[in-house]
Ligand binder design. Structure first.
Ligand code: EPZ
Length: 430
């Protein structure tokens, strides 16, 4: 078992380079099997565990995967020979369900165990199923554990999503890109990784228009070919460093970003009193006063991302005044507030609203990462707090942040990964 030990109080200063976007990579990696060819994908965050799981899954179904260098992989999909993915491959991450759309697109058949992933509240897949069925597939969910879907042929169709869903938009794009005729996804998700997936598929020869708006039109093509493609920078990793710079009253140049993707985060930081300077492919965040309060409501893109809500709450916990955070995407994304309160934060949660009364300072404490972004929030809190913080369950953080110790360490953060002995349990009793 590993944990992070942080001695807080150092303002972060210097430069950090952001990795490729996790959530784009998780959609693009399975999308590669839609060609019977070789795709070279650059700017892949290869060292996060979610990406390793996707690569393992690819290999399991017969794809060849070569690591060309630390951020480039080559996926050879010529010999993919299975449409079955079992629970041991899907239990760790949500995005494993993108193999349903990709396998359905390639073989007109998929049998994939239900996905695991961070617990943020119920995570239904009804809109994915609605999309597959609209394309002509028959879908059965066996014992709430396995999704089996088959189609004699896939035929394009209009599909209106009842909720704006990133996952359903991705899965329908994957399943329809080789269908006959035109698919129109209405009320589609507009996140940067949806646009990135569309750009990747288009560079394989697909005909997808409108990605980044709420109507995506996909004209099916028979054949997709290999390509070379570079994944966009990670919006949420960038946002995490931006908030960490502000919360530690530091000054950090965050490189390899698309500032347009960060606008909702930048504007909230500015509202709290941070200075945000935008360059072509970088942003600088600095802060030298106590943060001011501000209210946040999470929304689908281009609104404030739910995946930045816990990190931003740390800054608000240190603000002068009371802030209100409304979570409108997930029903259970405030579990981390209990951990923050162990560090001295003053927060009351009522359903999907958290009221944060800013305090003068946080103090180090033993805490845990309840999920990926909750874990990122604990790192920021530990870096901003006085004294020593120990974070357990860091496997969640390793799912989505590359070289996190090195990156924060290079900015002057005192953070170490340490190995610790598993606590004694009855399973160990002789
Ligand atoms: C993606 O999850 C991200 N994951 C999440 O990031 C992110 O929090 C979320 O989008 C929202 O931005 C990946 O991209 C791999 P949704 P996803 O389908 O696709 C409801 C992180 O920390 N819904 O957009 O699973 C659902 O319950 C992760 O990086 C249905 O009702 O999210 C939720 O309330 C965690 N029926 C809302 O839609 C469906 O069929 C949005 O979910 C599908 C979703």
């Amino acid at each position: 078992m590993e944990k992070f030990v942080i001695n807080g109080g150092n303002p972060l200063r210097g430069e950090v380079t952001i990795s490729g976007a996790k959530n784009a990579a998780l959609a693009i990696i399975p999308a590669a099997i839609l060609s019977q060819d070789v795709c070279r994908i650059e700017n892949v965050p290869t060292s996060i565990s979610d990406v390793s799981f996707m690569i393992k899954t690819l290999k399991h179904i017969g794809a060849g995967v070569k690591l060309i260098d630390r951020t480039t992989i080559e996926i050879d999909s010529r010999f993919v020979n299975s449409y079955v993915i079992a629970h041991d491959m899907t239990k760790y991450l949500r995005a494993s369900y993108y193999f349903i759309g990709a396998l359905l697109g390639r073989f007109h058949r998929a049998r994939v165990a239900m996905p695991g992933g961070c617990y943020l509240g119920p995570r239904p897949i009804d809109q994915h199923i609605k999309g597959f069925e609209a394309l002509g597939a028959k879908v059965t969910v066996e014992d709430n554990a396995i999704v089996e879907t088959t189609a004699d042929e896939l035929v394009g169709s209009p599909i209106y999503l009842d909720v704006v869903s990133v996952g359903a938009t991705v899965n329908i794009m994957l399943a329809s890109v080789k269908a006959q005729g035109l698919t129109i996804i209405e009320n589609a998700a507009k996140e940067p990784h949806i646009v990135d997936l569309a750009n990747f598929l288009n560079s394989m020869g697909a005909d997808i228009r409108g990605a980044g708006t709420d109507v995506i039109k996909i004209r099916g093509t028979d054949h997709l070919h290999g390509c070379t493609y570079s994944i966009i920078p990670d919006q949420i990793e960038a946002g995490t460093f931006m908030v960490a710079a502000a919360a530690t009253k530091g000054n950090v140049l965050i490189k390899n970003v698309i500032p347009k993707h960060l606008e909702s985060i930048s504007s909230k930081l500015v509202e709290c009193g941070a200075v945000v300077e935008e360059y072509d492919e970088a942003v600088r965040v600095s802060m030298d006063t106590r943060p001011g309060k501000c209210n946040i409501k999470t929304m689908p893109h281009p609104g404030f991302p739910t995946d930045m809500q816990p990190q931003m709450a740390v800054l608000l916990a240190l603000a002068d005044g009371t802030s209100i955070v409304s979570e409108s995407i997930w029903s259970n994304r405030f579990r981390y507030t209990e951990q923050l309160m162990r560090m001295g934060a003053s927060i009351t949660v009522d359903g999907q609203i958290a009221v944060i009364h800013g305090v003068d300072g946080l103090r180090g404490a033993p805490v845990r990462a309840d999920d990926l972004r909750a874990g990122a929030a604990m790192i920021i809190a530990g870096l901003a707090a006085s004294g020593r913080t120990e974070i357990e369950d860091i496997l969640y953080i390793d799912r989505g942040y590359e070289n996190v110790v090195e990156k924060f360490g290079n900015l002057g953060g005192d953070i170490r990964r340490v190995y610790c002995v598993e606590p004694f349990s009855n399973a160990d009793a002789g």
